[in-house]
Each structure stands twice: as structure tokens, then as C-alpha cells.
Design a protein around this ligand. Structure first.
Ligand code: ASP
Ligand code: MG
Length: 413
């Protein structure tokens, strides 16, 4: 008998019919003797609908009141799911975040979970009930309703699983697992049986939007095995857990070097030329950028020639104009040369813990891209990832070439 936390997102509970289907799925696990805690999101579109309502009244609504309002979305679905479960003979009880309680700090709209008192949930499980908990919400120490930020139900599920020491946390969604890359770009992309937390973080931060990033971090920190599954289709999904044994004789033969190929078109590149090669200059360039709350991704500084150097970095597309303006002011100030940039770049990354123990992965990557005549504008590496910046118009070609080169293509049938 296992304790499983199951999370269903907005589309999975988007209508009464779908809620019935979810109830059927939950009932199966319950009948098999497992202890089940279900976390649900609001019905799809509901959180946005509520946000729009408040916008009609005010451009600057109180964040406290916004949380009181948007927390209702999940309060509706927990009750509906409990009702649906009861109807098919499964004893169930619903709890809001505050009822559990899931205690958070007081940062309305992006609260962080501080503690979860699992006693009430445990008591209901012991009594044989399915416990349905509202995702996305908590309560602060003063008793105010808080929310965890968009997509926060994933984090609720993982945090509950950690607090309850659950055997697994299932995340049900509209895909049947995590893929080697976006199947819309590579038709021969494959579902991964498993992937490590670290790899998933790299894949997720690079644009595979299955799971809220924070929930994966949380799961890794507390070692909660996560499984991504399709809400309405059967299948094993993808298990996200700690690293698989690297025992030379056993798994390593089978273990792929690269688990997946991630890409992001929403990046822009900025270069400042003729930068004086003196201490503190990188700080002078990037300080004002981060002060403006702009996230910087890759950074490259060239070896100096004639005591000056080029300095290039990437930011999100949306921050490009602002960053360009700031950079021009900085260039004047430090006596640098021209500022140049473009938004028509993309970042393509290969991700895999296997590259730790395999030399030559970078050169295989560059070879595959060279064969397609794709120019590499920037390169950066970490222990389990190699990223390149290329012209945006070649992103699909690059992803396909790498998918094939690293043996990730599914067998064709
Ligand atoms: N309902 C919330 C949202 O739309 C939380 C979630 O779905 O995870 O962001
Ligand atoms: Mg979601």
C-alpha cells in the first residue's frame, strides 16, 4: 500500500464531465488500497476570468483581496471533486489551503510555503477517505489567504507529498510524459521513461512548460519522486527522480548520454564593443541591467585585444528594448564603443547527466551543427548542459539534427 499525492490541472477538471473522469481515476487507486491525496487547480480559464473581473474595477487592486478572490477557483473544484467521488461510493473530504493548514509567508500573489501541518490530512486518510486539497493557496500566520503564483498547484502537490512522505507525486496533465524534445518540432521525439530532477530543471527552464519550475526544485530538494502522466490516457508517464545508478556494468550501457534537446526562441542578444579591459567593468555593465530587474542568461566576454574587449549577453525578448537603452547609457559612461543586438536568435541546448562521464559531447554537438552549416554565435556549458546561440531561423533544423545525432529519434513504424 502506497501513499500517493495526485495533482490534476485546470483542463483535467475543466467541466463536470471531466471531474467525473478524474473521480473514476482516483477511485481506481483508492480501490487498489492506496492512500490518496488529490490536489486540484481551478477549472481551466477560471483564474484568468477572476483576474479580469478585478481589472474591470481597478488597475491597482489590493494584493490581499486578489488572493481572497482567486483562491475561490480552487475552492470550487475541491468540493466538486469530493461530490463526484462520493457519488461513486468513494468517501472523500475537501480542504482549502487554510484548512489543512498550509502556512505561507505574507507575500500575496507569490507566497512561499513555510510549514504544512499534515495531522488533519493523515487522520482523514486513516479513516479511509480520499483527501482533496486546494492547490495554489495557503494561509499566512495572521490568517490571511495567500496564493503561490501562477501554476502554483504543482508546488502545493509536491509540498504536500514531502510533508506526508508520500511514495510518489503524480502530476496529471495533457501530455503523456516528458519528451526528448518538442514533438511539434521533431515528430520522432520520444517519451522519456525517466529523467533526473537536474535534467528536468534544465529542460523546464528552457521552455518545456509541463511543470512549474519551483515544484521541480522543491521535489529535488526533498527527494519526492514525481511522475508526469496523462490525465485521461493510460500509460507509465515519465518518472522524475534522483540520478539512476551509474554502475558501470549495469545501467550505463543503456543510459543515454543526452536526455533531451531544449530550445528557446524568446531570447535576445546584446553586445557592447570596445569595452576598456579594466577591473570592475563587467559589474558596471551588468549592474544596471539587473537593477532594472532584467534576467541575464548567457554571458560571454572575449579575450582583450588592444586593451579593449567585446562583451555579449542574452536576455528575454521582452526585456530587449529596455536592456538596449540601459546599455547605451553605460557605453557612454565607461567610454566603450558601439552597442549592437538582435532579437532574432534562439538558444538550443543539449541536456544530460550522461555527459559528466562522456568526453567529446560538445564536439559531437558542434559537428552535427556544422554539417547543417549553422553558425554558432555563442556557446556556454555547464556540467549537464551545452547551449549554443544561433540564428532563430535555423532553430528547427538544429534541433532535428541534434535529435538524430544523439540517437534520440524513435524507431519509425
Ligand atoms: N489556478 C492557478 C493558475 O491558473 C494555479 C494552477 O493552475 O496551478 O495559475
Ligand atoms: Mg498548470
Amino acid at each position: 500500500m502506497a501513499l500517493i499525492v495526485q495533482k490534476f490541472g485546470g483542463t483535467s477538471v475543466g467541466s463536470p464531465e471531466r471531474i467525473e473522469q478524474v473521480a473514476q481515476k482516483v477511485a481506481k487507486f483508492h480501490a487498489a488500497g492506496d492512500d490518496i491525496v488529490v490536489v486540484v487547480s481551478a477549472m481551466s480559464g477560471e483564474t484568468n476570468r477572476l483576474l479580469a473581473l478585478a481589472k474591470e474595477l481597478s488597475n491597482k487592486p489590493s494584493l490581499r483581496e486578489m488572493d481572497v478572490m482567486i483562491a475561490t477557483g480552487e475552492q470550487v473544484t475541491i468540493a466538486l471533486l469530493a461530490i463526484a467521488l462520493n457519488k461513486i461510493g468513494v468517501p472523500a473530504v475537501s480542504f482549502t489551503g487554510a484548512q489543512v493548514p498550509i502556512v505561507t509567508d505574507s507575500e500575496h500573489g507569490k507566497a512561499r510555503i513555510l510549514t504544512i501541518d499534515e495531522a488533519k490530512v493523515q487522520a482523514q486518510l486513516q479513516a479511509g477517505k480520499v483527501v482533496v486539497v486546494a492547490g495554489f493557496q495557503g494561509v499566512d500566520e495572521q490568517g490571511n489567504i495567500t496564493t503561490l503564483g501562477r501554476g502554483g498547484s504543482d508546488t502545493t502537490a509536491v509540498a504536500l507529498a514531502a510533508a506526508l512522505k508520500a511514495d510518489e507525486c503524480h502530476i496529471y496533465t495533457d501530455v503523456d510524459g516528458v519528451y526528448t524534445t518538442d514533438p511539434r518540432v521533431v515528430s520522432r521525439a520520444q517519451r522519456l521513461d525517466r529523467i533526473t530532477f537536474e535534467e528536468m530543471l534544465e529542460m523546464a527552464s528552457l521552455g518545456s512548460k509541463i511543470l512549474q519550475l519551483r515544484s521541480v526544485e522543491f521535489a529535488g530538494k526533498y527527494n519526492v519522486p514525481l511522475r508526469v502522466l496523462h490525465s485521461f490516457k493510460e500509460g507509465p508517464g515519465t518518472l522524475i527522480s534522483t540520478e539512476i545508478s551509474t554502475d558501470k556494468n549495469e545501467d550505463s550501457m543503456e543510459q543515454p548520454i543526452i536526455s533531451g534537446i531544449a530550445f528557446n526562441r524568446d531570447e535576445a542578444k546584446l553586445t557592447i564593443r570596445g569595452v576598456p579591459d579594466t577591473p570592475g567593468v563587467a559589474f558596471k555593465i551588468l549592474g544596471p541591467i539587473s537593477a532594472a530587474n532584467i534576467d541575464i542568461d548567457m554571458i560571454v566576454q572575449n579575450v582583450a585585444q588592444d586593451n579593449t574587449t567585446d562583451f555579449t549577453f542574452t536576455v528575454g525578448n521582452l526585456d530587449y528594448d529596455k536592456a538596449f537603452e540601459i546599455l547605451q547609457a553605460t557605453a557612454q559612461e565607461i567610454g566603450a564603443g558601439q552597442v549592437a543586438g538582435t532579437t532574432s536568435i534562439a538558444k538550443v541546448s543539449i541536456v544530460g547527466v550522461g555527459m559528466r562521464s562522456h568526453p567529446g559531447v560538445a564536439s559531437s554537438m558542434f559537428e552535427a551543427l556544422a554539417k547543417e552549416n549553422i553558425n554558432l554565435q555563442m556557446i556556454s556549458t555547464s556540467e549537464i548542459k551545452i547551449s549554443v546561440v544561433i540564428d532563430e531561423k535555423y532553430v528547427e533544423l538544429a534541433v532535428r539534427a541534434l535529435h538524430t545525432a544523439f540517437g534520440l529519434d524513435a524507431e519509425q513504424n
